[in-house]
Design a protein around this ligand. Structure first.
Ligand code: MTE
Ligand code: MOS
Length: 732
């Protein structure tokens, strides 16, 4: 099936929020803190501007609590007395001219009496730096299986390591933006977002409005990658506050510099491993400590931490595991959701560490992984028994064959011995990703979906799922088509508009195909039940019945309804952190081949293989695109994308100096799927959207280690970092 919105996007007809032409619209702008932390002493409006032309909003204009409703309510909509990070919003302006409002924003000075800021989350804060609880630490989480200390004491070998990863900016193609207007007392906010119902609850909370007077519409969204999971609530609130005060529509669109300065990024991490092995190289103990930089506010950090620790031990069997995780707040921008949601950080550490372990015990890194890879019937760290019929050894086999792993190893030995300054190497990572919300998350979400049967015999899917390039419109259309036996011309997807669609949950956690897709199938069945026809009634007979129903019930609405049902047998204990963390895991192996230039210390990825077990593939082209896109994002995170901070300010927040991989930096990425139906997924599908970002960084770092003999433990592995390593290690 062709991508449903593909032609609209290719031809430039798709209207993103900034493209919408609105009569009498004002432009909004945001005045931000220039300090990492301090008390606001005064706000000075420059004398060169005629302020009577502007609508000006500060925290006094907020009708309800000055809180962005999220997991915690610690983040203000607009800073009132104190600021906690550079770029924190303080004052909002609106004006008919986009240029004028931007210039005016530069004429507002927020004067701050600085307070000691936390600029390195790895250091214990001093008493003056405490801003949350008594140690700046958020809820700490722990997973415990067996007896780690006893197992470490008896282990034949114990290998330790510490691994660090940096922040990462999402760089979605479309920057963030919202349009707010009030019509007949109903506040409508449209914009780029992943989660219309999150935005709705944030508006209702801080603006003190009921749902009947508040409406959120997702406009076509040019990429999200997690960056439009929580932050759109902030921009929606700002646009709404301006529109309510101005009594005119207001557009608030971030340019790239503002977006990069102020919005969330991937959590930096530090992970310690202490690993015990028996004489045959079997894992007997994994002791893992995870620390994430939360940034200035809590936002989604507790759930990112949860996913991080659940994935920290990797797709392996080990009888004794202890994983302790914490998030420490700092005074950098709030860190938030980014594809993978903590799992890439901890699996970077685990997969890099396994190569270090292999070196220390004199075992081949592939053999080490094969020996420990989780088998049918064995349990993960949380005690989830894996019995999905997926052939994980075969995923490794295929990746090695596709990558010519053994031949390349030989070839590299010759190449490296002969070449004066180029070194080639190959590295592997084996990893997994759980789809859907963690633990009882999906039960609490209790997602709902409607399928309207229309008088002309077509159907309309009503869900809150957001298309952001990942192909959900196409996949959802296909699922309804196949269930009803009709063509794509008979299936429409409603615009995600909270006034029209039920809450099918946020478009996150790779859940839209697997969880929401299943609801589409259920809603199709429910629609047929309501029509009083058999499950076999599909295609034209189904459409005829639908038309006939409407002739008999003129003006009435016919809805097939579906609600999330937890698959039987899934059990999760939120207190003990034990049980079935996810309905399904997707499994993958990446092999990266690199070439390092010892003159410049640059690393090029020259070949890449990604083999994965994702249940049944629903659309091969889109699935391939998901894997290739995730791999390229992983290459960037591993080698190029460095967030540099100075006094808490993101100093390379422009596309000229935040270095992203382009097509010129990208080698062929060879993708292969292994399919085995997942019983509870629609047509047997599992989630796939985030999986591919977990593997590239460790595979590449392992390849660099193979090429140079260095032991990289920190990414991004920039030329500067690699130079330090190689010059100090004397390894080349
Ligand atoms: N692919 C594209 N093209 N654009 C995106 O913004 N987001 C990723 C992934 N793939 C994203 C993407 C993230 S973070 C998630 S959680 C999933 O898509 C969400 O979509 P799904 O639920 O349809 O898998
Ligand atoms: Mo994805 S990080 O769950 O939006």
């Amino acid at each position: 099936m062709d991508r449903v919105e593909g032609l609209r996007k290719l031809s430039g007809r798709e209207l993103y929020v900034d493209d919408l032409q609105v009569k009498d619209c004002l432009w909004g702008a945001t005045v931000r803190s220039q300090n990492a932390r301090g008390r606001i002493t005064s706000i000075e409006f420059g004398a060169s501007v005629d302020w009577s032309e502007f609508v000006i909003v500060d925290h006094h204009d907020i009708p309800g609590p000055n809180e962005v409703a999220s997991i915690e309510r610690d983040q203000p909509v607009l800073a009132a007395d104190e600021v906690r990070h550079v770029g924190e919003p303080v004052v909002l302006l609106a004006h008919p001219s986009r240029e004028m409002v931007r210039r005016a924003a530069r004429e507002v000075q927020v004067h701050v009496e600085p307070r000691p800021a936390v600029l390195d989350y790895r250091l214990e804060p001093t008493p003056e730096q405490i801003q949350f609880g008594d140690d700046n630490l958020l809820r700490q989480l722990r997973i415990e299986k067996g007896d780690v200390e006893a197992a470490l004491a008896e282990a034949a070998q114990v290998v330790e390591g510490v691994y660090e990863t940096g922040a990462q900016e999402h760089v979605y193609i479309e920057t963030q933006g919202m349009l707010a207007s009030v019509d007949n007392g109903v506040l409508t906010v449209r914009g780029s977002m992943q989660c219309p119902y999150y935005v709705l609850s944030a508006l209702m909370h801080a603006l003190n409005r009921g749902q009947e007077r508040t409406r959120v519409v997702q406009s076509p969204t040019g990429g999200g990658f997690g960056g439009k999971e929580d932050y759109p609530s902030v921009i929606a609130l700002h646009a709404a506050l301006l529109a309510l005060k101005a009594k005119r529509p207001v557009k608030l669109i971030y340019d790239r510099g503002e977006d990069m300065l102020a919005t969330t990024k991937r959590h930096p991490s530090r992970v310690r491993h202490r690993t015990g092995l028996d004489a045959e190289g079997r894992l007997v103990a994994q002791d893992i400590e995870v620390l994430l930089d939360g940034g200035a506010y809590v936002t989604l950090s507790p759930v990112v931490l949860s996913r991080a620790i659940i994935h920290a031990a990797g797709p392996y069997h080990c009888p004794n595991v202890r994983i302790r995780g914490a998030v420490r707040l700092s005074n950098l921008v709030p860190f938030g959701a980014f594809r993978g949601f903590g799992a890439p950080q901890t699996q970077f550490a685990n997969e890099r560490h396994l190569d270090v372990v292999a070196g220390a015990i004199g075992m081949d890194p592939i053999d080490l992984r094969r020996r420990n890879l989780i088998q049918e019937g064995q349990a993960t760290a949380t005690g989830q028994v894996i019995a999905d019929g997926a052939d994980r050894q075969r995923v490794i086999d295929r990746a090695l064959v596709l990558a010519d792993y053994q031949e390349k190893k030989q070839e590299h030995r010759r190449f490296n011995a002969e070449h004066s300054y180029l070194r080639r190497g190959i590295g592997l990572a084996s990893f997994y990703h759980g789809a859907g919300f963690t633990g009882s998350g999906e039960v609490h979400l209790a997602s709902k979906l409607h399928l309207a049967g229309l008088p002309d015999g077509t159907v309309e899917i009503r869900s809150a799922a957001a298309e952001m390039g990942q192909g959900v419109l196409t996949v959802h259309t296909k699922l309804a088509c196949d269930r009803l036996g009709v063509g794509p011309e008979c299936v429409r997807i409603a615009e995600p508009d909270t006034a029209r669609v039920p809450d099918s949950g946020p478009t996150v956690a790779s859940r839209s195909a697997m969880i929401v897709g299943r609801l589409i199938e259920d809603a199709c069945d429910d629609l047929r039940r309501r029509l009083g026809v058999e499950a076999e009634t599909i295609g034209e007979p189904f459409r005829d019945t639908l038309r006939a129903w409407h002739r008999q019930h003129p003006g009435e609405e016919l809805l097939g309804v579906a609600k999330y049902r937890r698959p039987a047998g899934l059990v999760w204990d939120d207190q003990a952190y034990q049980g079935d963390a996810y309905g399904a895991f997707a499994w993958s192996v990446n092999v990266a081949e690199v070439e390092v230039d010892l003159r410049t210390f640059t690393t090029r990825v020259i070949d890449f293989v990604a083999v994965q077990e994702v249940g049944k593939v629903l659309n091969e082209t889109i699935a391939r695109g998901q894997i290739q896109g995730g791999v390229v994002q992983g290459i960037g995170w591993a080698l190029l994308e460095e967030c540099t901070w100075s006094e808490g300010r993101f100093v390379n927040g422009q596309l000229t100096n935040y270095i992203l991989p382009t097509s010129a930096d990208t080698c062929p990425i060879r993708v292969e799927f292994h399919e085995s139906a997942y019983e509870h997924g629609p047509q047997g599908a599992k989630g796939i959207g985030e999986l591919p970002i977990n593997g590239p960084a460790p595979a590449i770092a392992n390849a660099v280690a193979d090429a140079t003999g260095a032991n990289p433990t920190t990414i991004p592995l920039t030329p500067e970092r690699l130079m330090e390593l190689l010059l100090h290690a004397d390894a080349c």
